[in-house]
Design a protein around this ligand. Structure first.
Ligand code: DUC
Ligand code: ZN
Ligand code: ZN
Length: 468
């Protein structure tokens, strides 16, 4: 902590644009934003010349230590939030899990136990509901009112693991309509996927590439559409489609939004950049690195261009990572000889800010929209604004100095995530996180780590700003 200081000479970027300004930090919060040179003189200064001064990024979709397929996501709250901080992230929202048969509050308590005292940056929780029972519906009210949890994830995929049927989904949506919570949907038709998986395995198709081939975009679009219809039946309960990967699913979201529906969606860096063909070209079992759900899509279709366009038009409101890392050794390798046993997930909590900045450099996104999709909208969508997601007086002093002339090289040899490979191995991209400040404390300074485990605090969230 530096007490009071002035971040001077930089260009402050927010969702409405960029302008030169000096930012006064006092303790844990932002005290004032001044026209250049108008701030106090007798104060410590941080030189931000040549850099963008942006709100600390908010990753609204991470899975630290997620239990999956007999193993756990390899980043703990310690390693994962430290890696996040290196990447310019100052808040994550992780998914606490209620397993089938478990009391919701017990699942939440277990998640608090994993995170508390271990986080380098601030964190909040969504709740995954594993079974919508009368008790779980009551728990939804209690979590909104007392626990600062205003969003609940349901799965139309993974029968027998996380899956909820349509009746359960409808009941949870009705409850959300009543208490103001957001329903977050993993929209893939799980029972249909399971048929395709079984048939592929019976044909002897066991390689990683068959993960993607057995999850065609039609089954994402159908589930997305069904979720939108169900939310309509539940009096237009607010619905947020997670990790949207494909053109046809995007069409469903865009059509609903054109009708003024309460429907939002996020995508992730992997769907903006990586393709099924990256996986197809990988030798042997290497393709397992890119196994995630929803899966990567073909470069021969228009998915990536459509998703970038969706980000510009706001049919996609947020970019999150779905950070869910597994090592190749002992984890992804569980699926040797059977792709359906490969734990699903890609780790990228450290790289989202840089990967999306490359979209600015490539002319696919404006500077303002970059900040909006990685920081401001996730904060507003999930009830943390204006404390998070904006550089304004009274907001937490979560600030990133971003060097547009820097370069970032992504490699498992240098990244900070607990993962023995990278989905972006060897990629060189423009831009570099230079300095990261969390509630007035320097976590990264000129690229060097200054943070500490335990600095991060639990953020109790309110209802979404996007409720109508
Ligand atoms: N998708 C993944 O890739 N991993 C974990 C859960 C999910 O929905
Ligand atoms: Zn999911
Ligand atoms: Zn996820």
């Amino acid at each position: 902590t530096k007490g009071s200081f002035l971040i001077k000479g930089g260009t402050v970027v927010g969702p409405t644009g960029a302008s030169p300004a000096d930012v006064l930090v006092d303790g844990e919060t932002i005290a004032a934003v001044f026209a250049p040179g108008r701030g106090p003189a007798d104060i410590e200064t941080i030189d931000a010349t040549g850099r963008y001064v942006i709100p600390g990024a908010v990753d609204a979709h991470t899975h630290m230590e997620l239990p999956f397929g007999g193993t756990h996501a390899s980043d703990t709250f310690d390693t994962g939030t430290r890696a996040a901080a290196f990447g310019g992230v100052t808040t994550i929202i992780d998914f606490a899990v209620q397993r089938y048969g478990e009391v919701v509050q017990d699942g939440l308590a277990a998640w608090h136990a994993k995170a508390e005292g271990n986080c380098h940056i601030d964190y909040g929780f969504h709740m995954i509901l594993g079974g919508v029972t009368d008790d779980a519906l009551k728990a939804m009210d209690q979590l909104v009112t007392d626990e600062g949890i205003s969003s609940f994830k349901l799965f139309m995929a993974y029968p027998g693991v996380f899956y909820s049927d349509d009746g359960q989904i409808l009941r949870a949506m009705q409850k959300a309509r009543d208490n103001g919570a957001m329903i977050m949907m993993h929209a893939e038709n799980g029972p249909a996927i399971d048929v395709l998986v079984k048939q592929a395995l019976e044909r002897g198709e066991t390689d990683p590439i068959h993960h993607g081939l057995t999850r065609p975009q039609e089954l994402e679009a159908e589930a997305t559409s069904r979720a939108i219809w169900l939310a309509g039946v539940a009096a237009d309960c607010p619905l947020y489609i997670v990790h949207l990967s494909a053109s046809k699913a995007l069409e469903q979201v865009a059509a609903a939004r054109d009708q003024g529906r309460n429907v939002f969606a996020e995508t992730c860096p992997q769907y903006l950049y990586l393709t099924l063909e990256d996986q197809l070209g990988a030798p042997g079992f290497e393709g397992a690195k890119w196994v995630c759900s929803t899966p990567l899509r073909s470069k021969h279709e228009s998915h990536r261009a459509d998703l970038w366009r969706g980000l510009r038009t706001n049919d996609l409101a947020v970019v999150s990572t779905d950070h869910c890392p597994f090592c190749m050794k002992d984890q992804k390798e569980l699926g040797l000889g059977d792709f359906s046993k490969i734990p699903n997930g890609i780790g990228s909590v450290e790289h989202r800010v840089d990967l999306l900045y490359q979209g600015v450099v490539d002319g696919k996104l404006s500077l303002a929209r970059w900040v909006e999709t990685i920081a401001t909208t996730p904060a507003r969508m999930f009830g943390m604004y204006p404390r998070k997601g904006v550089i304004a007086p009274g907001s937490d002093a979560d600030i990133v100095l971003y060097d547009p002339n820097g370069r970032t090289r992504i490699s498992a040899a240098t990244h900070h995530m607990n993962m023995d490979h990278s989905a972006w191995e060897g990629w060189e991209i423009d831009g570099k996180v230079d300095t990261v400040i969390s509630r007035g404390t320097f976590v990264v300074q000129d690229g060097a780590y200054q943070g500490r485990k335990g600095h991060g605090r639990y953020v109790r969230r309110g209802l979404s700003d996007y409720l109508v």
